[in-house]
Design a protein around this ligand. Structure first.
Ligand SMILES: *Cc1c(COP(=O)(O)O)cnc(C)c1O
Length: 358
């Protein structure tokens, strides 16, 4: 893949040291764009000034939501190196998402190189304060102007970058979770295993409902019986019950998280039994009542790990570990963030210095 560069004529002011970056509020000076058409296939990649994308009102994505995305981060190590974490996992998941909704695929090597090249070009935007990072948002959508439901004849693959603040400026903190027993996120045969925009549009109603009741996120149950636990908000979820770790299997309805996979690898390495099984919400609430539910946490790129301090299922409240972050949860958080920011040795070959990836 050839990448051409058009430098922005004016550069933005970077947020000054100490400015709370938040999440997805600031964007860098450039973005990556690559087009695909049915006639020519993939064209050259382009790094161009960040800015609006011109679209025809009949662009298919605006009507039928043929869109997929990814979420990953670039981390600045203390010695100045810029690190990516398992970018090939995001590349492969993007291929799987695109396949499911009949969009052309970005070859794995091209995806990784596009991310690497854009991050390298924008490297001054990778913040260096503790816990901060550069969020990377690759996405792709149907750009063909046509009204009618069918695979589009043209797509745009775009990557934008956003410097983001520490997720836990005051240390890891547990959240309250509402167990959603009305709305569903995914069913077998659907798109639950993909990061496609439509999944998230459909989830907003449950999020709004939970927030109104004072909860941070929802715990999703399976879409058929509303019986088994699947995910929490936009994170995978894990439970430590009587010393063993339970998490839903990736069999079509759960998003195969890179963080999930990394945590499972670490847990097994540390001698834990990890059960990728369907866990009934009733059994989970019983475990909580019997004092066997020791820890619970969500896993995802944004927060890394989000401990769960309370579950509300049909009005029944389960408090977990006295609403404190569990020891294993904390150890997983410290180890994984240590690897991601290059502060501790990476025994798994997960982090890649962007200058050594070409
Ligand atoms: C992105 C996402 C996750 C977490 O995936 P990571 O690769 O760990 O960031 C989990 N569940 C859903 C629904 C997601 O969208």
């Amino acid at each position: 893949m050839k990448i051409t560069i058009e430098e922005a004529k004016t550069k933005k002011m970077k947020p000054q040291a100490g400015t709370p970056l938040g999440f997805g509020k600031y964007f860098t000076d450039h973005m990556f764009v690559r087009e695909w058409t049915i006639e020519d296939g993939w064209k050259d990649g382009k790094i161009v000034p960040y800015g609006p994308i011109e679209m025809d009102p009949a662009s298919m994505v605006l009507h039928y939501a043929q869109e997929t995305f990814e979420g990953m981060k670039a981390y600045r190590a203390k010695d100045g190196r810029i690190l990516l974490f398992r970018p090939e996992m995001n590349a492969r998941r993007f291929i799987n998402s695109n396949r499911r909704i009949c969009m052309s695929e970005v070859p794995e090597a091209d995806f990784v190189e596009a991310v690497r090249a854009l991050v390298e070009y924008e490297q001054d935007w990778v913040p260096n304060e503790e816990g901060t990072s550069l969020y990377i948002r690759p996405f792709m959508f149907a750009s063909e102007a046509a009204v009618g439901v069918h695979p589009a004849a043209s797509y745009k693959f775009v990557i934008i970058l956003s410097p983001v603040g520490a997720y836990y400026p005051e240390g890891v903190n547990p959240v309250k979770i509402y167990v959603e027993d009305e709305y569903v996120r995914a069913t077998k045969g659907g798109t639950g295993f993909t990061k496609c925009g439509g999944n998230y549009a459909a989830s907003i109603a449950a999020q709004v409902k939970a927030e109104k009741m004072g909860y941070t996120q929802v715990l999703w149950l399976d879409g058929v019986e509303r019986k088994y636990v699947e995910e929490v908000g936009t994170m995978n979820v894990m439970f430590k019950i009587d010393g063993e770790i339970f998490t839903a299997p990736c069999d079509g309805t759960v998003l195969p998280g890179v963080t999930r996979d990394s945590i499972i690898t670490m847990l097994k390495d540390w001698g834990y039994t990890v059960k990728e099984e369907h866990l009934a919400i009733d059994d989970l609430m019983d475990a909580a009542k019997n004092g066997k539910l020791e820890e619970a946490f969500g896993t995802g790129t944004a927060a890394v790990i989000s401990p769960i301090g309370e579950l509300n299922y049909k009005g029944e409240i389960a408090t977990i570990n006295d609403f404190k972050t569990g020891d294993l949860t904390q150890r997983l958080y410290d180890t994984l963030t240590g690897i991601q920011w290059g502060n501790i040795e990476d025994p798994y070959g997960w982090v890649h210095d962007i200058t050594k990836m070409k």
